[in-house]
Design a protein around this ligand. Sequence first.
Ligand SMILES: O=P(O)(O)OP(=O)(O)OP(=O)(O)OC[C@H]1O[C@@H](n2cnc3c(O)ncnc32)[C@H](O)[C@@H]1O
Ligand SMILES: [Mg+2]
Length: 198
Amino acid sequence: MMTFQQIVLASHNAGKLKELQAMLGDTVQLRSIGEFSSIEPEETGLSFVENAILKARNAARISGMPALADDSGLAVDFLGGAPGIYSARYADGKGDAANNAKLLDVLKDVPQEQRGAQFVCVLALVRHADDPLPILCEGLWHGRILTEASGEHGFGYDPLFWVPERDCSSAELSPADKNQISHRARAMSLLRQRLGLA
Ligand SMILES: O=P(O)(O)OP(=O)(O)OP(=O)(O)OC[C@H]1O[C@@H](n2cnc3c(O)ncnc32)[C@H](O)[C@@H]1O
Ligand SMILES: [Mg+2]
């Protein structure tokens, strides 16, 4: 069993840090890579897995600590899985509000039954920058894209993601609820098992 007291989180996204720390509890402290560097690595991979590993290695190299990365995104069925790994950059780096506006616009004439989508999360944990055996865990969360934004919680595409099991948007869930059922929660639950924390 691997034990860690501190892990650096290879993410500059404050929403992810909050969610992942809440899911991990007190046993492991996540430190933000922002404490060490403000430079974000280029996400050049073609898959969530490749980007997660790339971010984790980069953070381990910069911090000298074990590193956890989260590469995630929204895969929309009607768009053949787009924006997928490009979710953060969907509106050319203009941010969450612009990403959401673009997605609503692209789907404006698409009927309910064709608005299926899934959030994807891949977590990669490396013990050091050159770790030959990263731990990889994934989680999916199925839902549908709403026709207008709703809710104030969460981040990113949460206001547009309708959660069938709760009949509300992901941004209408309390943070605690989202952290029970999200793509990130599923991936983290697997990671906790792998680390012997579950
Ligand atoms: O790469 P880091 O620094 O971790 O931060 P990031 O925000 O760029 O993260 P990603 O590259 O993994 O891109 C993830 C995108 O998918 C969106 N996303 C991921 N998880 C989400 C969630 O739980 N709720 C809403 N949107 C989410 C998020 O808003 C980003 O636009
Ligand atoms: Mg990113």
